[in-house]
Design a protein around this ligand. Structure first.
Ligand SMILES: Cc1ncc(COP(=O)(O)O)c(C=O)c1O
Length: 406
């Protein structure tokens, strides 16, 4: 077996299942645990998919069709106000998960002079960052996101010796799970570090279309870089997705865009990986990237969900409005978020994800995600209302300590 596989950790949802195993909740389950969009997929996307069925008779190209790359390029221009060349700077991927994983495999040179490569990742984080770094032979270096820093990364503890080994740095804005959004100032800081040390900035922007104020869409890496004069996006790759934007997590569609040098190597890598996007998915994706109306409607549904859910959760636990995304990053009433998660499920059937499962212990023994839970407001308004009403019956004094590690 590939010995690096043994370095990966069980996925947070597997750990959650283990944590809640054997518990009979006193009420029917309502899940705020998994961040899977539950709004309906727009009809026109399904129709485009169906119309493309005859294309299954042909192999898809790893590079994607000109129609799909063209529609993505137009979206990038509308959304980010910058131009990306559909021939050389855009590669469709099977969701942003596949993009994040395979771009790291493409970029990281495990034989580089100077020692084991480092991939910097925020903590708490989306677990694919860590697994992709480990499987590429790199050392993940976790940078904590804390309330004191408004859940923005503070890179000041990274030494020059470490910076020399950093080959990639991942940012996630809007952030899963913290909901924070990077401003130009935050982008400037990280772009300046990339200019100084020569690493690649990988920007996970898959929640960029879930925001609350129509006049203030989150700023992306491409726009921020272009404002600094880097309009060829040197050393920058963004990973995007239709999963949240169009409610098609099952379709597996996203893209990478940025530095043409990487896209060329990325295509070579993907040829071997065999991860070309299926033809009908490409056709449906081209339709989806070309339409904004359904995305506005989707945002309206989240706005309503947050209008109901956020004040209610905030009344019982500290659960501030995120800058964007569909998560509440709520303070657990006790430091032990695992014990809280279990008790909440047991007493009132509400499932949330403990922050500890999205985090790692730092050198000083602290765990940045500990003391928090992630609440995904992806359920219907009715379910959210029902869930939050039950909070009245939750008794924090009944939380029992956890006896073993999960
Ligand atoms: C932060 C983050 N990045 C990437 C993904 C991958 O999403 P997809 O592969 O559906 O685009 C997710 C999925 O939940 C996520 O939370």
């Amino acid at each position: 077996m590939n010995s690096e596989l043994a370095l990966t950790r069980p996925y947070p949802f597997a750990r959650l299942r283990e944590l809640l195993k054997g518990i009979q909740p006193a009420m029917e389950e309502i899940s705020f645990g998994i961040g899977e969009p539950r709004h309906p997929t727009p009809r026109f996307v399904l129709d485009a998919y169906e119309r493309a069925f005859p294309l299954f008779a042909r192999y898809p190209a790893a590079k994607g069709t000109p129609e799909l790359r063209g529609s993505i390029a137009q979206w990038i221009e509308r959304r980010y106000g910058v131009k990306a060349d559909p021939e050389t700077q855009i590669v469709p991927t099977n969701g942003s998960r596949e993009a994040l994983f395979s771009i790291i495999q493409t970029l990281v040179d495990r034989h580089a002079a100077g020692g084991r490569p480092i991939v910097v990742i925020p903590d708490p984080f989306y677990q694919i960052y860590e697994g992709s770094a480990l499987l590429a032979g790199a050392e993940p270096l976790y940078v904590p996101l804390s309330a004191e820093n408004h859940f923005q990364a503070d890179y000041s503890s990274i030494t020059d010796e470490q910076w020399k080994r950093v080959q990639a740095l991942i940012v996630c804005s809007p952030n899963n799970p913290c909901g924070s959004v990077m401003t130009q100032q935050h982008w400037d800081e990280v772009l300046a570090l990339s200019e100084r040390w020569g690493f690649t900035l990988i920007s996970d922007e898959c929640y960029s279309e879930i925001y609350f104020d129509e006049s203030r869409p989150p700023l992306g890496a491409l726009t921020a870089a272009a404002r600094r004069g880097n309009d060829r996006f040197e050393n920058i790759v963004i990973c995007q997705s239709l999963s949240k934007r169009t409610n098609v997590p099952g379709m597996r569609s996203g893209f990478c865009a940025g530095d043409a040098r990487f896209m060329k190597s990325f295509l070579l890598y993907r040829t071997y990986h065999g991860s070309a996007m299926p033809t009908a998915t490409q056709a449906a994706s081209a339709a989806a990237w070309s339409d904004e109306e359904h995305v506005r409607e989707n945002r309206e549904l989240y706005r309503r969900a947050f209008a109901v859910g956020q004040p209610a959760f905030n009344r019982y636990f500290k659960a501030p409005m995120p800058d964007a995304s569909f998560y509440l990053w709520a303070k657990s009433p006790v430091e032990d978020d695992l014990a809280f998660t279990r008790s909440l499920y047991e007493q009132v059937g509400i499932k949330v994800l403990p922050g500890t499962f999205l985090s790692r212990e730092t050198a000083d023994g602290t765990v940045p995600g500990r003391g928090y839970v992630r609440i995904a407001l992806v359920a219907t308004e009715k379910e959210i209302l029902e869930g939050t009403k039950r909070l009245e019956q939750f008794d924090a004094s009944l939380i029992r300590p956890i006896e073993r590690a999960y």
